[in-house]
Design a protein around this ligand. Structure first.
Ligand SMILES: [Zn+2]
Length: 160
């Protein structure tokens, strides 16, 4: 494995966003400060102080290096199907037509989110997988393993 070098300062002390994100998340989980008594094994933590040990908190680095999220669309799909079916069953009434229209609009919205997940998100995610942070100078850069011509390295070093 060849070392990942920072294009700005040339340091090899660089970490990928995925590792930084996992690290930033776990650090919070272990170092959460609870002023009261620790949570007992039985789970009956009589918290005199507010404990926010949810495990979902992240450090600033953890949040900064979070992977791009897919758009959720499960409830849109379910709700649109329900609305369309119900609207069709009551199509002779005004409310049925309204529900049908709302259901179709919701379906279209879900469709646009599905398209995002299929077309936009994979590119964002692959970009994220190639992102690195230099621990020495703090530069964030994208490591292109298959595309490192000398000319590009020269450009990268001259651009501050
Ligand atoms: Zn650097």
């Amino acid at each position: 494995m060849s070392a990942i070098l920072c294009p700005s300062c040339g340091s090899d002390n660089c970490q990928s966003f995925s590792i930084l994100n996992a690290h930033g998340t776990s650090v919070v989980n272990t170092s959460t400060r609870t002023a009261g008594v620790g949570v007992g094994r039985g789970g009956l933590g009589v918290g005199t102080a507010k404990s926010r040990t949810t495990g979902t908190q992240q450090t600033a680095v953890g949040a900064m290096t979070a992977a791009p999220a897919k758009k959720r669309l499960r409830w849109q799909v379910i709700l649109s199907i329900v609305l369309v079916l119900f609207g069709l069953s009551k199509i002779t009434h005004g409310i049925g037509i309204v529900m049908l229209i709302v259901g179709l609009a919701l379906a279209y919205w879900g469709y646009t989110r599905l398209r995002y997940n299929q077309n936009v998100w994979p590119q964002l995610y692959s970009d994220w997988q190639l992102k690195f942070l230099c621990n020495k100078c703090g530069t964030v850069f994208v490591n292109q393993p298959s595309y490192t011509s000398p000319a590009d390295e020269e450009v990268a070093s001259t651009v501050e």
